[in-house]
Design a protein around this ligand. Structure first.
Ligand code: BGC
Length: 273
């Protein structure tokens, strides 16, 4: 889906975690298109991160993209990424805590290690990134010529922040927890004009859920869960993120925007339950 570039994020710097593929890549591209400098964070596959960063720099209205490696579940790595970003661009205005993983097991077979890993990346990673972002926002202070808020945090959640998901307890628990993290940040730092919101994607066509769209049969089955009858594409999320990061959404704080083709609207009841 082509989105026209504009300059609503000009002069701002964004860190997007897990931005070398899928939803993170689309978010990085969308923010770059609207003028932001973008840190394309990755943990593996540096070539793909460099490519995304390179693509961001292609349009004259776009900001600069750079790739920075950091495991978001590690405090020191996250702090180093923020330091490097601030050295390069002066500050951070937008933090998109997107990096996330799935490790699927029936609960009674789930090793503690796989529970922990998902919580470390999907929840602790979002905490660490949000914390560093807030520290930087408070240090820098409000710059009204750049944005009416001191900083914006966008948490990548999921429809599974409200839809229980058999076989994915670790993932669903991590996303359920992201709601309270995000809303608490919105409540705690609203007075400083820091905004925190979540995007809850439904089924978006990315490598994470390949099994659900790879074959026509799988896709047909997936459509039963989506009243809008199409799988989402990463740019659906990119568009929402760019708007949420901009002053156009200045009064949106402490909420989750579901970008899911109505997956959360009980599709099982479409034919009278
Ligand atoms: C998951 C996908 C899944 C989608 C809808 C996402 O959060 O990562 O694997 O397809 O939710 O169930």
């Amino acid at each position: 889906m082509y989105q026209k570039p504009n300059d609503r994020l000009k002069g701002q710097t964004a860190i997007v975690t897990g931005a070398n593929s899928g939803i993170g890549e689309a978010v990085a591209m969308a923010l770059g298109k609207d003028g932001a400098n973008v840190v394309v964070n990755y943990v593996s596959n540096p070539e793909s991160a460099e490519e995304v960063a390179h693509n961001i720099c292609q349009h004259e209205l776009c900001g600069t993209g750079i790739a920075i490696k950091a495991d978001v579940s590690k405090e020191e790595a996250v702090q180093a990424m923020f330091r490097q970003t601030i050295d390069q661009f002066g500050t951070v205005d937008i933090c998109v805590a997107n990096a996330g993983i799935q490790r699927d097991f029936a609960l009674h077979e789930m090793p503690l290690q796989e529970w922990q890993l998902v919580l470390d990346v999907n929840l602790t990673g979002q905490f660490l990134c949000a914390r560093e972002a807030i520290r930087e926002f408070l240090r820098r202070g409000l710059k009204e010529d750049v944005s009416c808020s001191m900083g914006k945090i966008i948490h990548m959640s999921s429809v599974h922040e409200i839809i229980p998901w058999a076989g994915h307890a670790n993932y669903a628990a991590s996303k359920g927890a992201v709601v309270m993290l995000m809303q608490t940040i919105a409540q705690e730092y609203g007075p400083q004009k820091i905004r925190a919101n979540s995007i809850a994607p439904g089924a978006i066509q990315t490598p994470i859920n390949k099994d659900a769209w790879e074959t026509p049969e799988a896709l047909e089955k997936l459509h039963e869960l989506i009243p809008y009858k199409r799988i989402g594409v990463p740019s659906d999320i990119g568009a929402a993120a760019a708007w949420l990061a901009s002053d156009e959404s200045d009064y949106i704080n402490g909420t989750t925007i579901f970008v899911d083709g109505a997956m959360t609207c009980y599709p099982g009841f479409t034919t009278n339950g």
